[in-house]
Design a protein around this ligand. Structure first.
Ligand code: ASP
Length: 322
């Protein structure tokens, strides 16, 4: 009897999976040391396992993507949370978005400062406010009224990032790893997951681009541009030249190609990254899952910090093309 119950539980268990990224702007191969590579991969592994452990215990895709992104936000290695790059004013302005594919609920914040985990704030916007997107001072007021501690600047200080900012501080250039100078250790972070119920979710968090000003906001917190999830199609988290990803409405475009044109997850994600975004001059990549637990991770840059794990025993952590 017990065996029958176990067997039937096993049979109805759906494939579940988690994919994460730490940005499509990797160090050029020549500048990557063995030690740094080990550190990046270890940080990706920690985040992956944190998120996957939730899925394994029948937790939700939403909880899994938040936990994985929290872990990536807590390491100074990636451009999000603690490791956020410097703005033109020498501050850190962070953007984040989260979306639940089960009910199309979403939350996003932009231009927040001193917040350790912007993705959690985005989730609170989704769950504790009537709104979807809060920005700047208002988002900070919302954070304070929800008991968030505001970290001081020292928490976000990183010597390498500071030096990178010093290098372009007095110029008019913005530095995005993928475009201007490929020697920075940048990278938006993101996670997508499919849980045992077949629900999917996406989360994306970033410090944006070095030396940004005028309240510049990239694609990451914009629902449909840098982040999107819909059980009917896919959950997507993007990284790359944000201005182009906004114009290409990239995350939603992947979903539309699946919904309206009947493309598979892999076909839709590849079409957007290898054709459509390049046609308008953008570069970068994305990670995506569908409600069957399939994963796609295309990128058109030299590398993309990325990792995935599935319930059918596949796990991979990579940086470059092969
Ligand atoms: N897409 C992000 C932005 O434009 C940056 C990145 O992915 O590295 O803010």
């Amino acid at each position: 009897m017990q065996f029958v119950i176990f067997a039937s539980q096993f049979l109805i268990m759906k494939k579940f999976s988690l994919a994460i990224h730490g940005g499509a702007g990797t160090l050029v191969k020549g500048l990557m040391t063995a030690e740094l590579e080990t550190n990046y991969k270890a940080a990706l592994d920690t985040a992956l396992e944190k998120g996957y452990a939730i899925l394994e215990k029948r937790g939700s895709a939403l909880d899994a993507v938040e936990a994985a992104v929290n872990s990536l936000e807590d390491t100074p290695l990636f451009n999000a949370g603690r490791g956020s790059v410097f703005t033109a004013e020498g501050t850190h302005e962070m953007d984040a978005a989260i979306m639940d594919g089960k009910n199309l609920k979403a939350g996003a914040v932009s231009l927040v400062t001193g917040i350790k985990n912007p993705i959690t704030l985005a989730r609170d916007v989704m769950e504790k406010s009537y709104h979807v997107f809060l920005a700047g001072e208002g988002a900070m007021q919302f954070a304070k009224s929800n008991g968030y501690t505001i970290e001081d600047a020292a928490y976000f200080y990183d010597e390498v990032r500071y030096q990178q900012w010093q290098g372009i501080k007095d110029s008019t250039s913005f530095q995005l790893d993928h475009s201007v100078k490929k020697d920075g250790k940048f990278g938006t972070v993101g996670a997508v997951a499919c849980d045992q119920e077949g629900n999917i979710a996406a989360a994306t968090s970033t410090g944006g681009m070095t030396n940004k000003k005028w309240g510049r906001v990239g694609d990451s917190p914009i629902i449909g541009a840098g982040n999107y999830a819909n059980n009917k199609t896919c959950a997507v988290s993007c990284t790359g030249s944000g201005e182009f990803f906004i114009r290409g409405v990239v995350a939603y475009d992947v979903s539309c190609l699946m919904e309206y044109k009947g493309l598979s997850l892999q076909e839709a994600a590849s079409e957007v990254i290898y054709n459509r975004i390049l046609e308008i001059g953008g570069d970068g990549g994305l990670i995506a899952v569908d409600a069957k637990g399939n994963i796609a991770m295309p990128f058109n840059t030299e590398g993309m910090y990325r990792a995935f794990k599935t319930s059918v025993g596949k796990k991979e952590i990579s940086i470059y093309k092969d």
